[in-house]
Ligand binder design. Structure first.
Ligand code: 5GP
Length: 163
């Protein structure tokens, strides 16, 4: 359908606070927050402040795109997170949206062998997601416009001055 869910930066601020409140009310005390780049960096940073967690990690995960091909499964891109950093920790995984849920499933399974507990927080979860996230702000099946990716990258306004 043509339906769109539009998230503004203003609403995102509300979403992050409300998700943090869900985590706190649940009694979950993360030792570290693991953001899935790039879309999960915003939520991970906001949750870090709202939950007073300074231990922030990033994992780069993408659906591999080769020449004219897109695999069914996401892959972890290097540099890979050192498993030692995760051992015994309560980990909160942050992402923008669980759509198919394959990205979060991969990250959750990556962590599962090392950590004490892993829980997932997302701004949106779609009904087809194969992962049921622990903390969800809103549910939708529409395509979501996130404020950080709704505009194309900036371009130079003029030629760079010579150095
Ligand atoms: P997955 O299908 O593995 O759950 O989602 C992979 C990634 O695809 C998400 O983290 C997000 O970056 C992107 N994605 C999935 N659904 C949407 C959407 O509705 N809007 C936007 N902008 N990105 C999406």
């Amino acid at each position: 359908s043509d339906e769109r869910e539009v998230l503004t930066y203003d609403l995102f601020g509300t979403a992050a606070r409300e998700l943090a409140q869900q985590v706190a009310d649940d009694g979950f005390e993360p030792d570290l927050i693991l953001s899935i780049a790039r879309g999960g960096l915003f939520l991970g940073g906001a949750l870090g402040y709202a939950l007073d967690v300074k231990n922030l990690f990033v994992m780069n995960v993408e659906f591999y795109t080769g020449v004219d091909e897109r695999l069914d499964l996401p892959v972890v891109l290097p540099p890979t997170l050192d498993a030692v950093d995760l051992t015994g920790a309560n980990v909160l995984v942050a992402d923008d949206v669980a759509d198919t849920g394959k990205t979060l499933e991969l990250v959750r399974d990556f962590c599962a062998g090392y950590v004490s507990a892993v829980r997932t927080a997302v701004v949106y979860e779609k009904s087809r997601s194969l992962v049921r996230c622990d903390y969800v702000w809103r549910r939708t099946d529409a395509w979501i416009d996130f404020p950080w990716s709704s505009q194309p990258p900036v371009r130079t306004r003029s030629a760079r001055p010579a150095h």
